[in-house]
Design a protein around this ligand. Structure first.
Ligand code: ASC
Length: 158
């Protein structure tokens, strides 16, 4: 089987349980992933700063934001990187840009692995937040931030 066929199967497997998302229009899919990631950034931002020590630890804020990060990630932004959304939609009121790199579609296994690493780090963050152990909380936020950055470096345009 050639590489393109293989990649298509991987993409199909990724989106198989997500038929509803696959049926949204490209414009809506781009909008959906951008919206989810924007809300993700709003909630992760303070966690990253508490993790690095740039701002003082506020346990309640940390725990609230960590719970939101888990819930937002459960919206599975990856499902909106469907075929046909590699380019912005010309003339669209929304989705007039996308920072998605073509590597998302040419290296779907790597993209999926990066998403799974984030899922794993979010699991650690959730546990740390629940434990209330400040050192574990800071470390988990730092580790998640690294996985955000690594995926953005590979799959998001600068
Ligand atoms: C954020 C944000 C990102 C990541 C990344 C982590 O808050 O908007 O893209 O964290 O900067 O290194």
């Amino acid at each position: 089987m050639n590489r393109i066929a293989k990649n298509l199967i991987v993409v199909a497997t990724l989106v198989a349980p997500l038929v509803a998302a696959a049926q949204v229009k490209p414009e809506e899919a781009i909008r959906a992933r951008q919206s989810i990631m924007r809300v993700m950034a709003l909630n992760f931002g303070p966690l990253g700063k508490m993790g690095s020590g740039d701002v003082a630890m506020n346990k309640e804020l940390f725990q609230a934001n960590a719970a939101r990060v888990e819930a937002i990630w459960a919206m599975n932004p990856g499902q909106y990187f469907v075929q046909g959304t590699e380019k912005p939609v010309a003339g669209a009121k929304i989705a007039s840009f996308t920072d998605a790199k073509l590597e998302i579609w040419s290296q779907p296994e790597e993209f999926k692995a990066a998403a799974e690493r984030a899922t794993q780090k979010i699991g650690v963050l959730t546990q740390a937040a629940k434990s209330g152990d400040e050192k574990a909380m800071r470390s988990a936020a730092g580790e998640l931030g690294k996985s955000c950055k690594a995926c953005h470096d590979d799959f998001r345009a600068k």
